[in-house]
Design a protein around this ligand. Structure first.
Ligand code: CMC
Length: 425
């Protein structure tokens, strides 16, 4: 906290407001006392609002910086694996070798879901969107784990974290298998987290499936790069729903629902749909012109970011990984991927995108990688949700282990003033 005060003159009053400094980032003005002075602040879309104090993730959008617990995302993507990042996000420090092993073993002990849960899937239509299934099934975890719902107990919260980290890939892969009409594959605890996910997605009981190490590494990178991203829409949803005292599984389900939209986690699916719609390299210019036309609501999916007004550091890593995967699979000439490359090239050179600082974001490249691996578009956001679960959990855990109040924003009311109900004849 600094000694500085901000002064606000309004309605004939002068109000002094405390100013706080974080370890990084802009100072914040504490406006909490304004309500006693008869004012609310107005910030639709929360562009200038810090909704909480947090020690987990820092983003400097102007300089393309993303840190988890102080570590740059590029270094984590290069040196750590997803489970280490999970440990870091929740515990605040990287694990020692011993802690790392214990953490992995415990995750492995929770990879199966309650057998009764597999019956849920039969209640869904085969053509249901896997996100619709996931929201339901993850919310239903709270019907199975009554033993870990005491929010005040650190140990119970930790068990809930293990259950979520371990079961999300199993549930995600089951969503896919159900849509394909294939039998569910049980998890294999001798495989790494990413290998096991690919196994549950693509193996079938009637033949051996060998996990390609390049694809497993790419998958692990996708998990790391999506693990957390500060107070975005879904994380803020998780904090808000968690602030009511809801259980962790219900809270994570609320995050999944918020992530689903095309302006957030649904963007990677929207990128592929857009590339399919463009259909041919010769139509890329036409599509860029539409994106620039103010009378056309069309936007280039996978471009732009609310916070990054510079290259998204995750997109840089993802771009490299995309090249590794395409080379490994011999897909450099895939028509859809050629459209993507042309789009990227034009947008990076076009004044409209340069002036507005609209760079390709993480979803632009992750969509390309997932498609190359053979994952259907409808599963893209599911994979984002499963990776982000640990970030949501870490934020929820940070909130409930400290002092928190129920989240309750106010409004600028512009409806009718009081009026009488019309007399009936
Ligand atoms: N294509 C064309 N124009 C765009 C785009 C785009 N993708 N994104 C922003 N703009 C324009 C927008 O029209 C506006 O122009 P002007 O100043 O002339 O009115 C200007 O850029 C600023 O846009 P904004 O809507 O004020 O920006 P925002 O911060 O509210 O929105 C965004 C950020 C990510 C929702 C938006 O860029 C977008 O819709 N992008 C496409 C969807 C997408 O890729 N989303 C994934 C985000 S990354 C994953 C995640 O973290 O969830």
């Amino acid at each position: 906290m600094s000694n500085e005060k901000a002064t606000l003159s309004v309605g004939g009053k002068t109000i002094e407001l405390p100013v706080y400094s974080g370890t990084e980032g802009p100072d914040v003005i504490d406006v909490r006392s304004l309500v006693q002075e008869g004012f609310f602040t107005y910030d639709p879309g929360y562009v200038s609002t810090a909704s909480c104090e947090s020690k987990i993730t820092y983003i400097d959008g102007a300089n393309g910086v993303l840190l988890h617990r102080g570590y740059p995302i590029e270094q984590l993507a290069q040196h750590a694996d997803y489970l280490e990042v999970c440990y870091l996000l929740v515990h605040g420090e990287l694990p020692t070798e011993e802690e790392n092993e214990r953490f992995r073993n415990t995750v492995n002990n929770h990879t199966m879901i309650h057998d009764q849960m597999s019956h849920f899937f039969n209640g869904f239509r085969r053509d249901a969107h896997p996100m619709a299934i996931m929201v339901g099934v993850v919310g239903a975890l709270s019907a199975f784990y009554h033993d870990t719902m005491d929010l005040t107990c650190e140990q119970e919260r930790e068990i809930a974290a293990f259950r979520l980290i371990a079961k999300m890939p199993t549930i995600a892969a089951m969503c896919y298998k159900y849509s394909m009409g294939q039998p569910f594959m049980y998890p294999r605890n001798d495989l790494s987290y990413a290998e096991n996910f690919l196994h549950m997605m693509f193996a079938v009981p009637c033949e051996e499936y060998k996990v390609n190490p390049v694809l497993a590494k790419a998958m692990d990178r996708i998990f790391i790069l999506h693990a957390d991203h500060e107070q975005n829409a879904s994380t803020s949803t998780v904090r808000l729903s968690g602030s009511t005292g809801a259980n962790p599984f219900a809270v994570i389900a609320s995050g999944i629902a918020a992530l689903w939209g095309p302006a957030h986690g649904g963007a990677n699916e929207a990128v592929l749909n857009m590339l399919n719609e463009i259909g041919d390299e010769s139509r890329v210019e036409e599509c860029v012109a539409r994106a620039k036309d103010k009378n056309d609501p069309f936007r280039l999916m996978g471009f732009g970011h609310r916070v990054y007004k510079n290259f998204d550091p995750r997109a840089k890593v993802m771009r490299e990984t995309a090249h590794e995967v395409l080379t490994e699979l011999g897909l450099q000439d895939d028509p859809l991927l050629r459209i993507a490359q042309r789009l990227e090239q034009i947008a990076l050179e076009d004044d409209y995108f340069i002036e507005r600082k609209l760079y390709p974001n993480v979803d632009f490249y992750s969509g390309i990688i997932l498609k190359a691996i053979g994952i259907p578009t409808s599963m893209f956001t599911v994979i984002f949700a499963m990776s982000r679960t640990i970030g949501w959990f870490a934020h929820w855990n940070e909130m409930v282990s400290g002092n928190y109040r129920i989240g309750r924003p106010r409004q600028l009311y512009t409806g009718y003033s009081p009026r009488d109900y019309p007399k009936k004849k």
